[in-house]
Design a binder for this molecule. Structure first.
Ligand code: NAP
Ligand code: GCO
Length: 262
C-alpha cells in the first residue's frame, strides 16, 4: 500500500540548511523540523544567529546553529564534521545561503562579480563536496540547491547573480549525473519573487518594480517563504526518490507567462 505519510516524512533525518537565520532558509528548516528532521544551519553574523536561535526555540525547534561562511572551505568541513558527530550523517543538504548585488554591469567591479559567484555558486559546490562522502557511505542523500527565476531569465543590474544562479542550475544537473548511481538525488528549487529581506529594496512604497512583478506573475502576488515549505519537503523526502536533476520552479506561474499587458 502507498503510505503517503511515510513517503513525505523526514522522521529521523538530519538536515543542514545553509543561511537559515531568516527568510527562505528559515522557512525550509522549519518545514523540515515539522516533518521530523533534526536541523543544523549556519549564517555569518552573530546578531543574526542570536535572533535565529531565539526564533527556532520559540517554534519548538532544537536547531544546531553555526557561525560559518559557506565560502570558507575549511570552516565548512569543520561544521559538517561537527554536525555528523552531534546529529549523525547529513541526509539532506539545502544550499540556500545567497546574496545579490544590483548594479548596472558597466558599473560593477570584477571583485563584486566574483563575490556573488563565490557565495551563490562556488559555495554550493564546497558544501556539497563536504557532505557527499557521508551520503555515499550511508547509501542515500538529498541535495537541494536554491536556484532562481534568474537561472532562466536575465534582467538589468543582476549580471553576477544571473550568471551564478544559471551556473547553479547546471551544477545541480551535474551532481545529479555524477552521484545518481550512489542513490543521491540532487535537485533545485527555483523560487519566484518572494517577500524576504533580500527583496525588501524592490518592495518599497511606490516602487514600480512591485507593479512589474505583479504584472509578470499570473497569481498576481509576491510569494512568501511559506510557499516553499511543501515543495522543499517533497524534494527532501522519499516521495521524490526518482526525481533527479530537476529544477522545481515555485513561482506562481512567472515562467509560463508573457506578462499582463499594460
Ligand atoms: P536573505 O533573506 O537575504 O537570507 C540570506 C541568508 O543567507 C541569511 O541567513 C544570511 O545570513 C545567509 N548568508 C548570506 N551569505 C552567507 C555566507 N557567505 N555564508 C553563510 N550564510 C550566508 O535571502 P532569501 O531571500 O531568504 O534567499 C535565500 C536564497 O534564495 C538565496 O540563495 C537567494 O538567492 C534565493 N532566492 C531568493 C528569492 C527571493 O525572491 N527572495 C528568489 C529566488 C531565489 P548572514 O547575513 O548572517 O550570513
Ligand atoms: C531581483 C531579485 C531576484 C529574486 C529571485 C527571483 O533583483 O531580480 O532579487 O533575484 O530574488 O532570485 O527568483
Amino acid at each position: 500500500m502507498f503510505d503517503v505519510q511515510k513517503q513525505f516524512s523526514l522522521e529521523g533525518k538530519v538536515a543542514l540548511v545553509t543561511g537559515a537565520a531568516y527568510g527562505i532558509g528559515y522557512a525550509i528548516a522549519k518545514a523540515y523540523a515539522d516533518a521530523g528532521a533534526k536541523i543544523a544551519f549556519n549564517c555569518r553574523s552573530q546578531q543574526h544567529m542570536d535572533k535565529a536561535l531565539a526564533m527556532y526555540k520559540e517554534d519548538g525547534i532544537d536547531a544546531l546553529g553555526y557561525i560559518c561562511d559557506v565560502t570558507h572551505e575549511e570552516d565548512v568541513r569543520a561544521m559538517v564534521a561537527d554536525i555528523e558527530k552531534k546529529l549523525g550523517t547529513i541526509d539532506i543538504l539545502v544550499n540556500n545561503a545567497g546574496i545579490i548585488k544590483r548594479v548596472p554591469m558597466l558599473e560593477m567591479k570584477a571583485e563584486d562579480f566574483r563575490q556573488v559567484i563565490d557565495i551563490d555558486l562556488t559555495a554550493p559546490f564546497i558544501v556539497a563536496k563536504a557532505v557527499l562522502p557521508g551520503m555515499i557511505k550511508k547509501g542515500h542523500g538529498k541535495i537541494i540547491n536554491v536556484c532562481s527565476m534568474l537561472s532562466e531569465l536575465g534582467r538589468e543590474t543582476v549580471a553576477a547573480y544571473t550568471a551564478a544562479k544559471g551556473g547553479l542550475k547546471m551544477l545541480t544537473k551535474n551532481i545529479a549525473s555524477e552521484y545518481g548511481a550512489q542513490n543521491i538525488q540532487c535537485n533545485g528549487i527555483g523560487p519566484g519573487y518572494i517577500a524576504t529581506p533580500q527583496t525588501a529594496p524592490l518592495r518599497t512604497e511606490g516602487n514600480p518594480f512591485n507593479d512589474f512583478i505583479l504584472a509578470k506573475t499570473p497569481m498576481q502576488r509576491w510569494g512568501t517563504p511559506e510557499d516553499l515549505m511543501g515543495p522543499a519537503v517533497f524534494l527532501a523526502s522519499d516521495a521524490s526518490n526518482f526525481v533527479n536533476g530537476h529544477i522545481l520552479y515555485v513561482d506562481g506561474g512567472i515562467l509560463a507567462y508573457l506578462g499582463r499587458k499594460p
